[in-house]
Each structure stands twice: as C-alpha cells, then as structure tokens.
Design a protein around this ligand. Sequence first.
Ligand SMILES: CC(C)(COP(=O)(O)OP(=O)(O)OC[C@H]1O[C@@H](n2cnc3c(N)ncnc32)[C@H](O)[C@@H]1OP(=O)(O)O)[C@@H](O)C(=O)NCCC(=O)NCCS
Length: 359
Amino acid sequence: MRNAEIVGWGKALPPSVLSNDDLTKIVDTSDEWITARTGMKERRISHVEGSDLAVVAASRALAAAGMEPAEVGMIVNATCTPETLVPASAAHTQYKLGALNAGAMDLNANCSGFVYGIITASGLIASGMVDNVLLVGVEKLSYVTDYTDRTTCVLFGDGAGAVVLRATDEPIGVLAGEVGNDGSAAEHLCVPGFGSVGTAGPRPASLLGIQMNGQEVFRRAVTKMGEAAVHVVRKAGWSLEDIDLLIPHQANLRIIDATARRLKVPEEKVFVNVHRYGNTSAATIPVALTEALEEGRIRPGADLVLAAFGGGLSWAAAAVKWGERVKPLGSSAVELPPFEGTVMDLVQPSVDFFSKEMV
Ligand SMILES: CC(C)(COP(=O)(O)OP(=O)(O)OC[C@H]1O[C@@H](n2cnc3c(N)ncnc32)[C@H](O)[C@@H]1OP(=O)(O)O)[C@@H](O)C(=O)NCCC(=O)NCCS
C-alpha cells in the first residue's frame, strides 16, 4: 500500500499583532470577555497577500523536506480566502515559489480545509497520480472580518502553514480519515454575499463579512468534531489511550477542551496555540503541527489525531502515524517583507468598509 508521509512542515505568521486590548478600541468588548469565552489573547493581521504567506510557509516546509520547488508534483491550497478566484490562489503560490512542474488547485472546506486536504493529498499519492503534494493551509480572514461586529471580529486572524507529503511504502501517514458536511446548517457560518450569488450589483456591506450564529456552531462543532475523531481512532485500529497528541482546529479554547474531554485525552496531550493566533481557519492545524514539532512534542512514530470543523457546516478528522524524522533537514532564508505601519492601519480600512450600508 502506497502511503503519504509528512516529510516537511513550516509556518508563516504576519508580524502585526492585534491584541484584545486593541479590539476594545474598535468594538465594545474587553480582554476579560474574549479570554473567558474564547481563550484568545491576540491574533495576526497580514500586510501581504495570502500567496506571500503561503510561499514563506511552503519554502520552510520544502527546506524541512530537503526538496526543491521544482520537485513538487502538486500544490493544494486549502483556503476560503483566495486572493483571486481566477486564477486559484494556488496558482499564485506556484508561480512565486517557482514550483513550475507542479499542478495547482484550491480546496475550500473552510476551517476543515487542511484536514480535508491531507486526506485528499494522501489519496492522490496513494493512487499513484503524484509522488508528492505541497499542502498549504492559508487564510487572510481579516479581509472578510467585519470589524464593526463584536460577535465575530474578535475571533479571526491571518496566517499560513504548510506540509509536504511524499509517497512511502511504510505504514505511516494518514491511516484513517473522515469528512462530513451538513449543508442544511450552512447559514450558521457564512459570508453570504461573496461569490456568484444573485446578479452583479451593489449589496449590503454586511453580506461581504463573516456572519455567524456562535452558539449553534459551538454546539455542532463539539459533537461532530468529537465524533469524527473517535471514528478515525477506531478505523486506524487504535484505542483512545494510544493518542500521543491531539491537534484540533484552534477556534475556541472551550471547544478544544470539550473535544479533549470527549476523547478522554489529558491536557498535556492536546496542542493549543489559540491564545496566540486566534482562528486562522485552514491554517490553524498546519501552524499547530509545525509548532508541536518545534517544541519537541511529536516523537518518532507518534499517533496523532487532527480534527476540525467549520463553515459548511463541515467537519473532518484524521489519524496520522508520524514517521521517524521529527527534525527539519534544512531551513529557508525566505522571509515576509517587513511592515512599518501599525496594526490599526491594517484594520481601519475594514472598519470604514463595513460601516457603509451598501457597497
Ligand atoms: C462566539 C462565541 C465565543 C460566543 O460565546 P458565547 O458564550 O456563545 O456568547 P453568546 O453568543 O451567548 O453571547 C453572550 C453575550 O456576550 C455578548 N458578546 C458577544 N460578543 C462579545 C464580545 N466580543 N465582547 C463582549 N460581549 C460580547 C453578546 O452580545 C451576549 O450579550 P447578551 O447576553 O447581552 O445578549 C462562541 O459562541 C463560539 O466560540 N462559538 C463558536 C464560533 C466558532 O468557532 N466559529 C468558527 C468556526 S470555524
């Protein structure tokens, strides 16, 4: 059986930090409320395009794998905030990276996108279609975040994480995966006016920002993400005690805690960085995976569970058996360009935009 091993990993977080205190200057909120309800303390706002974030994360992942861009067979960008619809955002990544022999496509399953992506990429490799896949989770959610709406704007941030998956005959990689979606509940988390909906023309600005029924999403997330995680553990032939590290989508600390309780996974076996970056949708899991490796929390042969939920309403989980190597083979000199302005310079255009009634 041809499997897909994760042989490279990397992340790119923009330097501008939007703290809870910064948010109190924009909407009626407080550090206490945000911390108690979400566990978040700060998030990053990008001064560059998503493909610039993707290229830095991808360059680091390729260096970690000891690979050149020209060796990549397929680039999959898991994103719900592509910088253009035509071409797909992966086309920008491919060009800027110089991965000229790679196919390039986007995959949109919202916050579940990276887990959908790792399952898809493993399938592409297992089929023999390609020998490797560069999978990037990248989001510029600040573009669709309505910074006049306190119920959503405290939650989201920008960032990118990437992995390189390569064919192997060893029994490692994604041993089991599960994906699901309930389109009847899509209205609970959506950007209703962005896309080919209706006819071209002016529309309410609010329809171009994230709209969410937080409690409904919360309830469904805990149930569906937890169920999917239990299923993949069983399908992989593991028991819950075998889980060495749970890497859940970072949307809310309370959701992460509830999922861990459901899986009976103790706190020290759950990776959390939601306090640093907020919810970066498809980027949360590859960023968390990269940080878990950097912090030495993944040992050779570890049994990992990745689990996510998001718009759709979608959910996904994967049981991943890690290989032998937990250290990068090399490092990349590629960096994001510096930003001289303040984080408010980046957020204010959105406040102005969403303050208008029609656009
Ligand atoms: C959004 C979320 C943090 C809200 O927490 P909650 O405990 O459900 O809070 P509620 O929505 O019940 O709101 C409680 C009160 O806080 C208020 N509130 C909402 N946002 C606030 C904010 N940023 N600051 C201060 N108060 C706020 C509400 O208006 C409400 O006030 P009221 O009681 O006077 O009506 C939580 O529901 C959540 O995380 N849901 C999942 C969202 C998610 O993960 N989305 C992405 C999926 S990938």
